[in-house]
Design a protein around this ligand. Structure first.
Ligand SMILES: [Zn+2]
Length: 235
């Protein structure tokens, strides 16, 4: 399932049975004093591994390449800011490589999701889909599937993101580092409801993600296989 850990014959077996690849897109970014800086990427990666267990396919190593992070926006430290053009091109070239390798459906899961970053990732997808009608590609934030059943996820190091990291990697969260009293978004650099984070809430969001996303991803792959042009057998 983890692409970088697979041998060629194992990848070939996936390509024969379920030619689906997941690409997880995150960042290194300040997520409050209570969370590890890789939160965006780590939670999206674990969520995607859970999803891949349901659907089959492979998960690429997560990419830490965020645009419009907390650095230019709020001068937060411990944060890497990359350019929009790099994000677009890096997404595009990943998709070209996956196509070349024989994958027929690709799903990009964004753990970092400032609106301009999401636009950049989607522009990278568009650069690919303008050239290729197949494979089929879907790009979405890790909180979008829950929104299909009206559960609002997505925040910045607040209750939702912190709960997800607590669920998957409890050793990387320490709520006791937060100051006493009310939190302030600008001062702490996190959504002020961070102290409400629980493992149970994270488990609920993680479960909803898989439940909602799995049918959509299966349909994407089925659509690619149904419509795959006869003359295009590989890249
Ligand atoms: Zn985040």
């Amino acid at each position: 399932m983890k692409y970088e850990e697979m041998k060629p014959h194992e990848i070939n077996r996936v390509l024969d049975n379920c030619p689906l690849a997941y690409l997880v897109w995150g960042s290194h970014e300040w997520h409050g004093v209570h969370n590890a800086v890789g939160l965006d990427t780590l939670k999206a990666y674990h969520m995607t591994l859970d999803l891949c267990r349901e659907t089959g396919g492979v998960v690429l190593p997560p990419v830490y390449c965020g645009y419009q992070t907390m650095k230019p926006w709020a001068r937060c430290r411990h944060t890497f800011e990359f350019s929009k053009e790099l994000v677009i091109q890096f997404v595009y070239e990943h998709l070209e490589n996956l196509y070349e390798e024989g994958f027929k459906a690709m799903v990009v899961i964004m753990g970092h999701y400032g609106s301009r970053h999401v636009e950049a990732v989607k522009a990278g997808v568009a650069r690919f889909t303008e050239k290729h009608r197949y494979p089929k590609v879907l790009a979405m934030t890790d909180y979008e599937p829950a929104s299909w059943v009206d559960v609002k996820g997505g925040d910045h190091a607040g209750k939702n993101e912190t709960s997800l990291l607590m669920y998957y990697r409890p050793e990387l969260v320490d709520l006791s580092r937060l100051p006493d009293g009310e939190l302030d978004q600008d001062r702490e650099g996190c959504t002020p409801n961070a102290k409400e984070a629980t493992v149970e809430h994270g488990a609920m969001l993680a479960r909803l993600f898989v439940e909602q996303a799995a049918p959509r991803v299966r349909e994407l792959l089925a659509e690619a296989l149904r419509g795959w042009p006869k003359e295009v057998s590989s890249g």
